[in-house]
Design a protein around this ligand. Structure first.
Ligand SMILES: *[C@@H]1O[C@H](CO)[C@@H](O)[C@H](O)[C@H]1NC(C)=O
Ligand SMILES: *[C@@H]1O[C@H](CO)[C@@H](O)[C@H](O)[C@H]1NC(C)=O
Ligand SMILES: *[C@@H]1O[C@H](CO)[C@@H](O)[C@H](O)[C@H]1NC(C)=O
Length: 302
C-alpha cells in the first residue's frame, strides 16, 4: 500500500512539474539574427564618437537598411557608474551599485531602440508589443574604433535599473494584463510585472519591452493543447491508480474476512458453546429451545 501511495505522489509531482515547464517559455528562435544586429549596432554606436565627453549620450547613424532603429552611445568610467549611476540615459535610469564584468576602467553603454523592427528581431508569438524593444549593452571603452566587441556583463547590486517607457500603446484591444518582457543575450525570455507608470525593472544588460498576450495565436493554442494532454494523462493515471487502490483494499478486506471466518470456525470447534447436562450417568450437550418451533399447517386450504 505504501508503494502505491508513494507512486501516486510521484506521478502527481511529475505532472505538476510538466505543467510548470509547459507554462514557462525558455527561449526564442531569432537569437542569431538579434545577436548579429547587436554587433552591427555596436559598430554604428562607436562611430558616433569623435572626442567623446564622459556621461554624454551621442546619437548614432544607422545604415539605410535599418532605418527606424535608434542607437546611442555613452562613455563612462566604471567607478562613476558604480558610485553614481546615470540618472537618465534615454529611457534607462541607472542607480548606483551597477558594475560590469570583466572590469574595464572605461566602458561604453550602447542604447538601442528597435522601433518598428522590434517584432522582426524579437518575434514573440502569442504576444503583441505595446512598446518598442529597448536594449542596454555594455562594451569595453578602451578602444573606440574596435568592432565585434563582446558584451560585458552588467549587474545591478542594490537597486534595479529602471526602464521608463515613454510611449506605450493602449492595451484595451486585448483586455489582458501588460507585462514586461526581458531577453537576455543567450536567447532566454523572462516575463515580469509592469510597475506603475510603465516602468520595467531589470538587473542585467539585455533587451526589454512591454507586451500583452494576444489571444488567437498558434503558440498559446499549442501550449493549451499540450497542457490539456498532460491533464488527460494525469486524470487517466489517477483513475487507474484509484482503481488499483480500490482493488487492493477490497482484496485485503476479503482476506481479512476469510481469516475472521476461519478463526470463528476454529473457535466454534474448540470452545464449548453448548451447555452440558447429566442424564443419568451420561454427560450430554443440551441446547435451549430457541430454534423456530414447527408450524402446524392446519389452516392450509388447497
Ligand atoms: C545592411 O547592409 C549592410 C551592408 O551595407 C549589411 O552588412 C547588413 O547585413 C545589412 N543588414 C541587414 C539587417 O540587412
Ligand atoms: C520601419 O520603418 C522604416 C521607415 O520608417 C522602413 O524603411 C522599414 O522597412 C520599416 N521596418 C520594418 C521591419 O517594417
Ligand atoms: C518616467 O518618466 C516620466 C517623464 O518622462 C517621469 O515623470 C516619471 O516620474 C518617470 N517614472 C519613474 C518611475 O522614474
Amino acid at each position: 500500500m505504501r508503494v502505491i501511495t508513494n507512486f501516486s505522489m510521484l506521478l502527481l509531482i511529475t505532472c505538476f512539474l510538466c505543467l510548470i515547464l509547459s507554462s514557462a517559455q525558455t527561449s526564442f528562435d531569432g537569437i542569431v539574427s538579434a545577436r548579429s544586429l547587436d554587433d552591427q549596432l555596436q559598430d554604428c554606436a562607436f562611430k558616433a564618437f569623435s572626442t567623446p565627453k564622459t556621461g554624454v549620450p551621442y546619437d548614432a547613424q544607422v545604415p539605410s537598411n535599418l532605418t527606424g532603429i535608434k542607437v546611442s552611445a555613452m562613455r563612462l568610467r566604471s567607478g562613476s557608474l558604480w558610485d553614481k549611476g546615470v540618472q537618465s540615459y534615454k529611457e534607462f535610469e541607472i542607480p548606483e551599485g551597477v558594475i560590469e564584468q570583466p572590469y574595464f576602467k572605461r566602458i561604453v553603454l550602447v542604447y538601442q531602440n528597435l522601433g518598428n523592427w522590434s517584432q522582426y528581431y524579437y518575434p514573440l508569438s502569442g504576444y503583441s508589443y505595446l512598446a518598442p524593444v529597448l536594449g542596454l549593452l555594455a562594451y569595453d571603452g578602451t578602444n573606440l574604433i574596435a568592432s565585434n566587441l563582446p558584451e560585458l556583463e552588467l549587474s545591478a547590486y542594490h537597486k534595479p535599473i529602471l526602464v521608463n517607457f515613454s510611449y506605450v500603446k493602449n492595451t484595451s484591444p486585448y483586455g489582458s494584463l501588460a507585462k514586461c518582457v526581458y531577453f537576455d543575450l543567450f536567447g532566454s525570455i523572462k516575463f515580469d510585472t509592469l510597475l506603475n507608470g510603465n516602468v520595467c525593472p531589470i538587473f542585467e544588460q539585455g533587451h526589454v519591452s512591454i507586451v500583452v498576450e494576444s489571444n488567437a495565436s498558434p503558440q498559446t493554442h499549442w501550449k493549451n493543447e499540450f497542457k490539456f494532454k498532460i491533464v488527460i494523462v494525469c486524470l487517466a493515471g489517477g483513475i487507474v491508480l484509484l482503481f488499483l487502490f480500490g482493488l487492493l483494499i477490497s482484496r485485503m478486506r476479503r482476506a481479512k474476512q476469510e481469516t475472521k471466518i476461519k478463526q470463528m470456525e476454529l473457535e466454534a470447534d474448540c470452545s464449548e458453546t453448548l451447555k452440558i447436562i447429566y442424564i443419568g450417568n451420561a454427560k450430554v450437550p443440551s441446547a435451549l429451545g430457541t430454534r423456530t418451533p414447527p408450524k402446524i399447517e392446519n389452516d392450509y386450504v388447497p
